[in-house]
Ligand binder design. Structure first.
Ligand SMILES: [Zn+2]
Length: 405
């Protein structure tokens, strides 16, 4: 059977960048492999969610893998929680959080740094100090993520998503959760009690005492946000009768892969950071025997959010180099696209189309000779919604059933 490789270059698409002479980073980058694959295959554009809709990474990955995000999406918290290794149960309320620096003032906690000086590599013991906290019969599971991030799960009776974020999303704001409907009042009170307790416990933690001693901000509070209860998702493997492997560095994408019922590879060097080992990820895909392998390359998105055009160009060129191994050694169908654009000029996701490349045995050769946002617009695949990608990929791999006689 023909194997399938879906490569999602996170935040790849872009807009004209003045310091690149009005070109996009993908236009400016040297991409001999992607250009060759474009010339050998078909190209097109994708609206991940719909035309002009600004997609999140999570909603877009759902769509690209064939799930209607409007039906299945249940907030980022649950996905992040799964990504850091917390296994959710029905009814669990999951949130993302930041370790932050707060200052008590007049009975409130005022946020002085939402990322606690971008604390890194010391957050494990801080999370462990809070993990297993029980308040009013509800257990709080706490697990650190990358840098200042982590995930929080509330397990107990009668929890509600009708709550605001604890995180005020700005420095100087107050760390407090409000109910957005009457049924959220108990959950909001529980979260406020936990936030206060996190401040008490973390303020005297040895990690923070040492940070203050060294002149750094204490990571003395958890700011939770994005609460959601996970909806069950029909596994990809059952939907399409295929085995699926996910290869990603970042917690969010790993969580998504678990949710979709993929096996998730642990690849040394695949960190989800700017300098993650792309060749190692591609090698893991080439070595595996799964029918479908899904790879997420995160770096273009990171560079886009940083507004760093040169870093984005460099990330794209490293993806191109890694794809060289695919082009010379993979004999299945490849789809390469992005989950959304992250223009370096806006440093945020945008609702522009993302480029799509399909390559492999049986894929029609169109007139596109170079892989970038503009060139692909004249490709044979036209302009597709994100949810159309999986049926096209499965069909090219000979894994679709006939509809009709
Ligand atoms: Zn993304």
């Amino acid at each position: 059977m023909t194997r399938m490789l879906l490569v999602i270059c996170d935040g790849l698409g872009d807009r004209p960048v003045p310091q690149l002479g009005g070109r996009t980073p993908l236009q400016a980058a040297r991409t001999p492999t992607l250009d060759a694959m474009a010339a050998e295959g078909s190209c097109g554009q994708i609206d991940p969610i719909g035309p002009g809709i600004v997609a999140g990474s999570d909603t877009s990955h759902l769509a690209l893998l064939g799930y209607d995000p409007y039906r299945y999406y249940s907030g980022r918290g649950p996905i992040e929680a799964m990504g850091v290794g917390l296994r959710l149960r029905g009814g669990d309320l999951a949130l993302r959080f930041n370790f932050a620096t707060v200052i008590p003032h007049g009975g409130e906690l005022i946020v002085s740094d939402r990322r606690a000086g971008r604390i890194d590599s010391q957050t494990g013991p801080l999370a462990a100090a809070l993990d297993g906290t029980v308040i009013d019969g509800v257990t709080f599971l706490v697990k650190e993520g990358t840098e200042h991030r982590g995930a929080l799960v509330l397990r107990g009776e009668g929890l509600s998503t009708e709550i605001s974020d604890v995180d005020p999303h700005r420095e100087g704001g107050i760390a407090r959760c409000r109910a957005t409907a009457p049924q959220g009042e108990r959950t909001a009170a529980l979260l406020n009690a936990f936030t206060a307790q996190s401040h008490q416990v973390l303020s005297t933690h040895p990690v923070n005492l040492a940070r203050v001693e060294a002149g750094k901000g204490a990571a003395n509070c958890l700011l939770a946000r994005g609460g959601g209860v996970l909806a069950p998702l029909p596994p990809l493997s059952e939907r399409h009768h295929i085995t699926v492997l996910g290869i990603a560095g970042v917690a969010l994408i790993k969580g998504l892969c678990h949710w979709m019922g993929m096996e998730v590879a642990e690849v040394p060097g695949a960190t989800g950071a700017l300098h993650s080992d792309y060749v190692a990820k591609v090698e893991a895909a080439l070595k595996s025997s799964h029918d479908l392998v899904v790879i997420n390359f995160k770096a273009p998105d990171i560079a886009g959010h940083d507004g760093d055009a040169q870093a984005k160009v460099a990330a794209i060129e490293r993806i191109d180099a890694a794809m060289g191994h695919v082009r010379s050694r993979f004999d299945g169908i490849v789809a390469l696209t992005a989950d959304h654009c992250t223009p370096v000029t806006t440093k945020e996701h945008s609702g522009d189309t993302v480029p799509l490349l399909m390559w492999g045995p049986g894929v029609r050769q169109d007139g596109v000779r170079c892989f970038d946002e503009i060139a692909v617009a004249s490709g044979a695949l036209g302009r597709l919604p994100g949810t159309a990608l999986m049926p096209i990929l499965l069909q090219l791999a000979g894994r679709s059933e006939k509809y009709g006689a």
